[in-house]
Design a protein around this ligand. Structure first.
Ligand code: PHE
Length: 331
């Protein structure tokens, strides 16, 4: 037995211990065999032998258990060491995501206006007729409603066709002065090279008390400065236009960033790119929200249009087809 105990002492692994256990206590183990002799031993010696065997067994089991505890701990430690992960190691195979170009663009636009002390606002995507049209000086049957192909719900609600309803909602819930932008998705029933049924706009609205406090000149300054911030040294021009909710209204063009104004395919050989709609807020809009004796300007821009120009993407639909070959370029 002393030999067995020294074997236990020298064991290096729990597997070795198990071998020893089988050798001693297994079906054909040495101690098992000695227990078997109890059956045939003399009645007078049985008690003493049984006592001896049992004490050997207890001693053996205790030695085994002690060593096992020791080895298990050692093995666990070795296992943990082997599985240790060095989190500082560079992993060349990891897949990194990228920001979507439209969101990159949106961030930059928002950054400019937040820097100019505009606050950020949001509104619902499912709108009612009043906020999307009526309050924006677009009464029912007004021909200008056909400018936008609207998705309607059965109950008369609709998917907002522009972010302008947020102008109305902001004025309903706040008193002037207002200086806000609203980025968000808008929806129109349209699909081709330059139109998708969902796209993003950023709306801007500035309102101050007093009929002459805010003028077209203020609007002009901010938008010109904004376009230069976004696209660098561009020329900017304001072309008279029409929106029901602004008077006077203008569309803003900047000199083509691809041909520098000499004419190319992107600008249809005009040298100019149309990038914004804007104007002085029409008094009828103020009336609809119960404002009196105020003045303000508003503008709206298409984020995808900006992103197409900024990143040189020729087909608007590329933004929404989830083609990794395109999206990966924005890492
Ligand atoms: N809402 C207009 C559009 O979607 C853009 C616009 C906003 C024009 C604010 C003027 C003032 O085309």
């Amino acid at each position: 037995m002393t030999e067995i105990f020294s074997k236990i002492n020298q064991a290096q692994t729990t597997a070795e211990l198990e071998e020893i256990r089988v050798l001693v206590m297994g079906k054909k183990g040495s101690l098992t065999a000695r227990f078997a002799t109890l059956k045939s031993c003399k009645e007078s010696e049985k008690k003493a032998l049984a006592k001896e065997l049992n004490s050997i067994k207890i001693e053996f089991e205790k030695a085994l258990a002690d060593k096992k505890e020791q080895l298990t701990l050692k093995e666990l430690e070795a296992k943990l060491n082997a599985e240790k992960i060095d989190v500082s190691l560079f992993s060349p195979s990891s897949q990194k995501g990228a920001n979507h170009p439209v969101m990159l663009m949106l961030d930059r636009i928002v950054e400019y206006f937040v820097g100019m002390n505009f606050s950020l606002n949001v509104g619902p995507l499912v709108e009612d007729d009043f906020h999307n049209f009526e309050a924006l000086n677009l009464p029912k049957y007004h021909p200008a409603r056909n400018m936008q192909d609207t998705f309607y719900f059965k109950d008369g609600k609709l998917l907002r066709t522009h972010t302008s309803p947020v102008q109305v909602r902001t004025m309903e819930s706040q008193k002037p002065p207002i200086r806000m932008i609203c980025p968000g998705s808008v929806f129109r029933c349209d699909y081709d090279l330059t139109h998708t049924p969902m796209f993003h706009q950023v709306e801007g609205l500035v309102v101050e008390e007093g009929r002459d406090s805010v003028s077209f000149a203020n609007l002009k300054f901010v938008l010109e400065d904004f376009l230069k911030y976004m696209f660098g040294d561009v020329k900017v021009r304001f072309r008279s236009s029409f929106f029901p909710f602004t008077e006077p209204s203008a569309e803003v063009d900047m000199s083509c960033i691809f041909c520098k104004g000499s004419g190319c395919r992107v600008c249809s050989h005009t040298g100019w790119l149309e990038v914004l709609g804007c104007g002085v807020v029409d008094n009828n809009v103020f009336k609809a929200v119960g404002y009196e004796n105020v003045s303000g300007y508003a503008f709206g821009l298409g984020v995808e249009r900006f992103a197409m120009l900024m990143f040189g993407v020729p087909d608007l639909r590329a933004f929404f087809e989830s083609d990794l070959r395109i999206l990966e370029q924005f890492k």
